[in-house]
Design a protein around this ligand. Structure first.
Ligand code: 6GU
Length: 390
């Protein structure tokens, strides 16, 4: 593959002489040429920039040095390169784009500095060759050179012979849309931290399952945008986590939404889950343990539990809620069981409360082994249900 880089800072590209990319160049797998735009200036000061027409901050790169340098690059080879223009306003650079670019014979990079390159340079280039603005992500660098280092490394390592086979297979894993699982090596215990025992078990099936689960939870925690809606839900077991302060605004919105139907069937919206404010929820974090479930980053279900304040043998479960599009998948049942399993030793009774006319909830609680208590429940219009804890 041939790569040409057009820049006013050729030294910035020096790292491309190092490591695997440097070796690929010496082996002739990568023909990388760096061009100094100032070589194509004709004034004493070798000027490459000027003030923007229309006013505004900063300087703009003048078109002439660009035009001349590009002409020289094009004239030096057969055909034309695909011109990539690093810019925070470009198309997002991804592994998929790296793979596409690795299949092309000739790439060129136009490294802008200052406020950018005179737009006519890109129009003129686009008349002769494909031009693609490319961005590394949503932040701003001072110029395109660092982006070129990243893009060239990501592309060149995909060229046959640049990286050993084993390594090139590893990156497939990012392409399947999940982040990598954590890795460990010797020693098996370091600063009091042990390698997860499953990795020492020799059970390859268990190791593969553990790694897959790690990939899902990591992706959910760090890059929920990579997960399809409800990926991992139920298929791989719910990831039920204790709620923190940061979960509460979303939790409150889900709670209001979930209890509107309750209010309607009860004939009154004057019920605690709808009257509750964010401050009330914050306050509930002492006393109650609240658990939430996220799917693709979205908070989709929750429950809370505590030891009854007047009977230290009864475990209360409340605020059981599931987003409407995920109802009927057993998430509510799983959360109820999760709350029960958090009850301390010595618990003799599980307690829940629901609207007297909430037929669906009543059915779910009965199915889970709860029995209706006679009379009105703890709140007007509600009933209490209990179940023995063994
Ligand atoms: Cl490709 N260039 C510049 N200047 N800033 C960036 C970028 C590229 N990607 C993210 N920020």
């Amino acid at each position: 593959m041939r790569v040409d880089v057009l820049t006013i800072f050729p030294d910035y590209l020096a790292p491309l002489d190092l490591s695997l990319i440097g070796r690929a160049r010496r082996q002739g797998l990568l023909d990388l040429r760096v061009h100094d735009l100032r070589e194509h200036t004709h004034d004493r000061h070798r000027t490459v920039d000027d003030t923007p027409y229309g006013g505004g901050a900063g300087m703009v790169m003048r078109p002439e040095p660009w035009g001349e340098t590009l002409d020289a690059v094009v004239a030096s080879g057969a055909g034309v390169p695909h011109l990539l223009v690093p810019s925070p306003a470009g198309e997002r650079f991804t592994q998929a784009m790296a793979r596409r670019l690795a299949g092309e014979p000739w790439l060129a990079f136009a490294c802008g500095r200052y406020e950018g390159i005179d737009e006519r340079v890109l129009e003129d280039a686009a008349d002769r060759m494909p031009v693609t603005p490319v961005s590394l992500g949503d932040y701003v660098l001072n110029g395109g050179e660092v982006a070129v280092l990243a893009v060239v490394e990501a592309v060149a390592r995909l060229l046959p012979g640049v990286v050993g086979n084993a390594e090139s297979l590893v990156e497939e894993s990012h392409e399947d849309g999940l982040l990598e699982y954590p890795v460990y090596t010797k020693p098996s215990s370091w600063r009091g931290r042990d390698v997860p025992p499953v990795l020492l078990s020799g059970d390859h099936g268990a190791i593969a399952r553990w790694r897959h689960e790690q990939r899902l939870t990591r992706t959910g925690a760090r890059r929920p945008d990579l997960l399809p809606p409800s990926a991992g839900l139920l298929a791989d077991g719910l990831d039920i986590v204790v709620a923190t302060r940061g979960d509460l605004p979303e939790l409150l919105v889900l709670q209001w939404a979930c209890w509107v139907g309750e209010g309607r069937s009860a004939g009154s919206f004057d019920i605690p889950p709808l009257a509750e404010t964010l401050d009330d929820l914050v306050g509930s974090l002492d006393g109650w343990t609240t658990w939430v479930v996220r799917s693709a980053g979205r908070l989709v279900a929750a429950v809370r539990g505590r030891m009854s304040t007047d009977d230290r043998r009864t475990w209360e479960t409340g605020r059981l809620m599931v987003a409407p599009d995920l109802a009927g998948r057993g998430i509510g049942r799983a959360l109820l069981a999760h709350s029960e399993s958090a009850a301390p030793a010595g618990t003799t009774r599980y307690w829940v409360n629901t609207g007297a006319r909430s037929e669906r909830n009543l059915r779910i609680y009965r199915k889970a082994g709860y029995r209706l208590q006679a009379g009105e429940g703890r709140y007007p219009g509600t009933v209490d249900l209990v179940k023995r804890a063994d």
